[in-house]
Design a protein around this ligand. Sequence first.
Ligand code: ADP
Length: 196
Amino acid sequence: MVRFEHVEKTYLKNGRSVEALKHINLDIQAGSVFGIIGHSGAGKSTLLRLMNGLESPSSGRLSVLGQDLSAVPAQELKRLQKQIGMVFQHFNLLDSKTVFENVALPLRLNKVGNQEVEERVSALLDYVGLTDKAQIRPHQLSGGQKQRVGIARALIMGPKLVIADECISALDVSIQAQVVNLMKDLQAQTGTTYLF
Ligand code: ADP
């Protein structure tokens, strides 16, 4: 699913170079659940941004879903990105839209027809236990509910890889297990690769 070969990433910051990633070799098997841990500043976010093509490595080779990211044309990169679902620490929901429309957003952007949007979003909201919240705005939800919306939106395109960047660290400890268990169930059912 993901392969890093001798990957390095150096940023230039105020004229100084910062080595964020040094000599990274990494293989993530399809269907696995993979966790990356490290102290603040260790390079975790940089690693994730390389994986979804938001940054390029300074050197080394990197492939995702069997595609060499250094050689991939822009159009193909977009297609690849559609197969990666992102779950964010602070949810990144749009408060101007209902819960339903937040989950529907990737489908709308891909011009999926209304009937199919209705079916797919309703099924997923049902799965994450938010059917009765479909027509309200995210600010009316608890943190755990907001993250369930975030998870539904990440899954709506049927991704092959889900990247969850500190997806429970903004939640109450009592809610964290619920969200992890939901993701565990989803992973077991679909065999999607999850990266935490
Ligand atoms: P983590 O996610 O583990 O906290 P990051 O990947 O955010 O780590 O950061 C790794 C290192 O790279 C840090 O020293 C950070 O200051 C630096 N860094 C991250 N992003 C940038 C950037 N856009 N420009 C310059 N330096 C950066």
